[in-house]
Design a protein around this ligand. Structure first.
Ligand code: F6R
Length: 616
């Protein structure tokens, strides 16, 4: 993952780099660093820890960081532990080339051996230090310009990268290149802004160029952008786009954490996902990407949904939805497994990839594999213009707005919303849902934002429950049918931000093993809404209680039966079972948040995690 930033222009680079890095911290936050260039010298600072640690370190040096060219990096460790030495930027042996890198150089070890044989030495354990020295080696051996040395070196590299490279003796030039990891370039008159994510330079410019895989750019002070192909140096025409991010969307506002803000935004984000797609009075659903490819969906013999993490949980819900409403068989795959097992894909097979960031390396690779085999790939992404969005045959954006909290919340409900719309459109055309049910579900879907708003009112009750259980070591999450993936998601949320061990299970599976764990110290969160195997769920609750287990039940308003059985209940509004995940997940998100909050954890940036997993 990691976040990279660069600036070349006429303003002081330091504040631009630091502010940009703070906005990129969601990509990694175990160490950070900057290099700022002034005349033919540069100031390099790096440190273990977050960007504010870096700021403190620089402040304590009592030196002014001067210069109008600079690069910066916030790291999510792959090669080498998070410490000052492994932090970026990395410097070549001669001290002449300085580089930042996001990605993984897979053949770094083979390159390192060559460099060692040629007298190079290494301070860090990183693949980046290998690459910057390889560039130096190629440059010196062949008396190449930096630009040519970067290009020739990158043609030897296997792996993924987005890099920014500067030569100490030419601080008026930055060379950037991309393969597999995201890289955007902001352009404003005489200024260039380089970043893994354009949100880090949105304060300065909205003109953005998204570099494509295999492209590099030579940025020179006072000169026009020079965009080229890494492979053959072929000159390319840059396509500049206008960024459409609203600054308010990337601020916490009145909330303590982005995660809480994003949980509370869900009534609005679900509405935004539905906007212009579900016409409630007319009961018409229209999504362009589906409409123009309707025949492909209608003729699909099967559908495979591919994703990772929370998006994979949304995919599992998609499986229930699509099979129920369209009667097309659906398989759900982890992207990382799918791509390495020689999957059987035939021409015109329908594949759906789901990704909030649109940059997840495994999902992107799975999508490319499926496309190469001739499948039709439909994407459900949140980040507009992301790599996955740009590579699919067709797709639908979730329109949930930027999700900053590392633990995904509003993107999840937005993904499910798109899946519901998709299932309803295909089901209607295939006549696998009757008109009455179709209209009823359209109406209920329209009521979801209001019902989510209602579910959010349980926050105070959830805070009280969290006070009771914040110190436990283990929790079980149970759900049945379409709420089984919600149980998985609830457990994942808790693990990610509170570091409490939690597992999700289909409720009936409990007696095939997990029941052995249950005693008064292992609370069980159970989704016990009235629809769908309600009686069986009551049986499961009885089994837990018989073993002195504590039960926190998510129930429908007015449900007396479970109320009397459970230790705690969280009431949510009634809705058709098939739409219920959009509501049942809300109290689970809040429960994870409140427990993590009481435990004093870093909720928006949990340890070891990063928002966008661009390494495989
Ligand atoms: C969990 C979480 C991750 C992501 C996963 C996939 O809260 O955020 O599990 O869901 O890394 O990311 P995307 O959806 O960006 O492909």
């Amino acid at each position: 993952m990691c976040g990279i930033i660069g600036y070349l222009g006429y303003r002081d680079a330091y504040p631009i780099l630091i502010n940009g890095l703070k906005k990129l911290e969601y990509r990694g936050y175990d160490s950070s660093g900057i290099a700022v260039f002034y005349d033919n010298v540069y100031n390099l600072y790096k440190t273990k820890g977050r960007v504010h640690e870096l700021e403190k370190k620089i402040f304590s040096c009592k030196k002014q960081v001067k210069g109008t060219t600079g690069i910066g990096h916030t790291r999510w460790a792959t090669h080498g532990i998070p410490d000052d030495i492994n932090a970026h930027p990395h410097v070549s042996n001669s001290n002449g080339i300085i580089m930042i890198h996001n990605g993984i150089i897979e053949n770094y070890y083979a390159i390192k051996i060559i460099l060692l044989k040629n007298g190079f030495t290494f301070k860090s354990k990183t693949d980046t230090e290998v690459l910057v020295n390889f560039i130096e080696y190629i440059k010196k051996e062949n008396k190449f310009s930096l630009e040519k040395a970067v290009r020739i070196s990158l043609n030897e590299v296997v792996g993924a990268y987005s890099i920014a490279v500067i030569e100490k003796s030419h601080p008026e030039t930055i060379i950037i290149a991309k393969l597999g990891s995201p890289l955007s370039l902001g352009i404003n008159n005489e200024e260039f802004f380089v970043a893994s994510d354009p949100i880090s330079f949105i304060d300065y410019t909205k003109n953005v160029l998204y570099l494509k895989d295999g492209e590099m750019a030579i940025l020179k002070k006072g000169e026009k952008l020079d965009l080229r192909k890494i492979k053959d140096n072929h000159k390319l025409n840059p396509v500049i786009e206008k960024l459409k991010i609203n600054l308010k969307e990337i601020e916490k506002g009145k909330y303590k954490h982005f995660m809480l803000k994003e949980i509370y935004e869900q009534p609005k984000t679900i509405l935004d996902t539905l906007r212009g797609r579900l016409l409630i009075p007319e009961k018409i659903i229209c999504i362009d990407g589906i409409e123009s490819n309707k025949e492909i969906f209608l003729n699909a013999k099967s559908i495979t949904i591919i994703a990772c993490g929370t998006s994979w949980h949304a995919s599992l819900i998609g499986e229930y939805l699509l099979e129920e409403l369209t009667r097309i068989p659906v398989e759900v795959e982890y992207a990382s497994e799918f791509r390495y097992r020689n999957p059987i894909i035939e021409k015109k097979d329908v594949i759906i990839v789901i990704s909030q960031s649109g940059e997840t390396a495994d999902t992107l690779a799975a999508l490319k594999l499926a496309k190469n085999k001739g499948a039709f790939v439909f994407g459900i992404c949140n980040v507009v213009g992301s790599s996955i969005a740009r590579n699919v045959d067709a797709g639908a954006y979730t329109h949930a707005g930027p999700e900053i909290g590392v633990a995904s919340t509003k993107a999840f409900t937005a993904q499910i919303t798109v899946l519901v719309l998709l299932a309803l459109i295909i089901g209607k055309h295939r006549s696998t849902i009757d008109d009455f049910r179709y209209k009823f579900l359209c109406k209920e879907l329209g009521s979801i934002p209001e019902k989510v708003d209602h579910a959010l009112k349980m926050d105070d009750a959830i805070k009280k429950i969290s006070q009771v259980y914040y110190n436990v070591d283990n929790l079980l999450y149970l759900g049945r049918g379409i709420n089984f993936p919600v149980a998985l998601e609830g457990a994942l949320k808790l693990k990610e931000i509170s570091y409490i061990h939690a597992e999700g299970y289909p409720a009936a599976e409990m007696k095939h093993g997990p029941i052995a764990l249950i005693d008064e110290n292992v609370p069980v969160v159970i989704i016990a809404t009235r629809k769908g195997c309600y009686e069986k769920i009551i049986g499961n609750i009885q089994e837990i209680k018989a073993r002195r287990g504590k039960v926190i039940a998510i129930i429908n308003e007015g449900d007396i039966q479970v109320h009397l059985l459970a230790d705690h209940v969280i009431e949510i509004p009634n809705i058709s079972e098939i739409l219920s995940p959009l509501i049942t997940v809300v109290p689970l998100q809040l429960l994870a948040y409140q427990i993590a909050y009481i435990r004093g954890k870093n909720i928006d940036q949990p340890r070891n995690l990063a928002k966008s997993v661009t390494v495989e």
